[in-house]
Design a protein around this ligand. Structure first.
Ligand SMILES: Nc1ncnc2c1ncn2[C@@H]1O[C@H](COP(=O)(O)OP(=O)(O)OP(=O)(O)O)[C@@H](O)[C@H]1O
Ligand SMILES: [Mg+2]
Length: 362
């Protein structure tokens, strides 16, 4: 069991200083637009991932007009207390520590406190560019496997070096063949391993996603999901070799696992072009619930679930199925936000679950 018991925020976004104690498994957070509901969830996410779910720049998290911030969370994990602290100093230096011990590499923290966020704009996972789906896959795999995360970091680093070399070759009209060969070899080893791990992982994730979709929608909708990769038919070694001239012309690496995608279809057509908004949303939830299930299997305890504004766009029946699945049939700690206090209270009361209600009003 993983449970956040206390969260303290100092100079984090709209919070000057604020502290909450959480004493129920289900925490309902209500308040008008702009009152800090999403910010609260993001602070919690930050403690699990050493970064914000929404913003790439830490500087944007510091309260306007202030310098530095502090986020502290007390987690209970298998009956052990864990204290996670993130401090961003006045000079923007970031420190991250677990039980008083500071991390040298933030990536070492990933996966220890698994958590799944579902936010309104996440529908991009279905409708957006392939990068969104790779990010989704990578976030889960990285939490399950530290080696995967390191390989991914290295792959991206080497690819950047390769791209710089391709640019330099175009500028100087001269190519360092030997160096390119070395980079290709390194990229091949990493890329091939990433591909293998994604393949195995998606054989689990895809059927779970489809199953979850059916149970939320109560319909089949002709849904199919497939792993799409250039590495299905050729090795990365061959791909890099065959496309070297093209890469030199383009001045970037045109083949590899950084082009992977999920092909999502409805009755054989692109899902994003024909599915309704509610259907897209349902698939989004389904994929996130599959993520939750896989993390739970892998960790042996359920991740924390963060549901931001999930009431929007879903009809009452689908909403009920989802909440029942999430709050009743699972044993995870759940944080759920809504602008309408009555609606959220009513839905949770109907489910007959114990919950804590937090009302924000600033
Ligand atoms: N760096 C910052 N400093 C101060 N305030 C900030 C900062 N970043 C964001 N805010 C404020 O936080 C508020 C938004 O908070 P948040 O997104 O959590 O609201 P919310 O309760 O989720 O609202 P909604 O119901 O619209 O989703 C805005 O008023 C915004 O101005
Ligand atoms: Mg919000």
């Amino acid at each position: 069991m993983l449970q956040l018991q206390k969260l303290s925020l100092t100079q984090f976004k709209n919070y000057d200083w604020q502290q909450w104690l959480f004493n129920e498994r289900i925490v309902a957070i209500c308040g008008p637009n702009g009152s800090g509901k999403t910010n609260l969830l993001d602070a919690l996410y930050y403690l699990c991932f050493t970064k914000s779910y929404f913003s790439r720049q830490d500087a944007l998290l510091v309260q306007r007009g202030k310098q530095g911030l502090r986020i502290e969370g007390n987690f209970l994990k298998d009956d052990n207390k864990n204290d996670i602290v993130c401090v961003i100093r006045e000079n923007n230096k970031k420190e991250f520590s677990l039980n008083g011990e500071e991390y040298k590499r933030f990536s070492e923290h990933i996966g220890k406190f698994p958590c799944v966020m579902i936010a309104p704009d996440d529908v991009e996972l279905i409708t957006g560019a392939s990068e969104e789906r790779r990010k989704f896959i990578d976030t889960i795999l990285s939490q399950c496997n530290a080696i995967y995360l390191q390989q991914l970091i290295d792959y991206n680093k080497i690819m950047q070096q390769r791209n710089s070399l391709l640019k330099a070759a175009a500028e100087h009209q001269r190519l360092d063949d030997a160096l390119l060969d070395i980079l290709d070899e390194q990229l091949t080893g990493l890329g091939q391993s990433i591909y293998d791990q994604r393949s195995i992982f998606l054989q689990q994730l895809i059927p779970l996603s489809i199953e979850a979709y059916h149970s939320i929608a109560q319909k089949e909708d002709g849904l199919s999901i497939n792993y799409d990769s250039q590495l299905h038919n050729r090795s990365l070694k061959e791909l890099l070799k065959e496309n070297r001239q093209r890469d030199l012309y383009l001045q970037r690496t045109s083949c590899g696992v950084h082009k992977d995608d999920l092909e999502i279809q409805m009755h054989g057509q692109a899902f994003k072009s024909i599915a309704s908004q509610g259907q897209r949303k349902s698939l989004l939830f389904a994929m996130k619930l599959a993520e939750f299930e896989l993390l739970k299997q892998q960790k042996g305890f359920p991740p924390i679930l963060l549901l931001d504004d999930v009431f929007e766009k879903l009809d009452a029946t689908r909403m009920h199925h989802l909440l029942e699945k999430v709050c009743k049939k699972k044993d995870a700690q759940v944080f759920i936000t809504d602008t309408h206090r009555e609606r959220l209270e009513k839905a949770l009361t109907e489910l007959k679950v114990h919950f804590q209600l937090i009302t924000l009003d600033n």
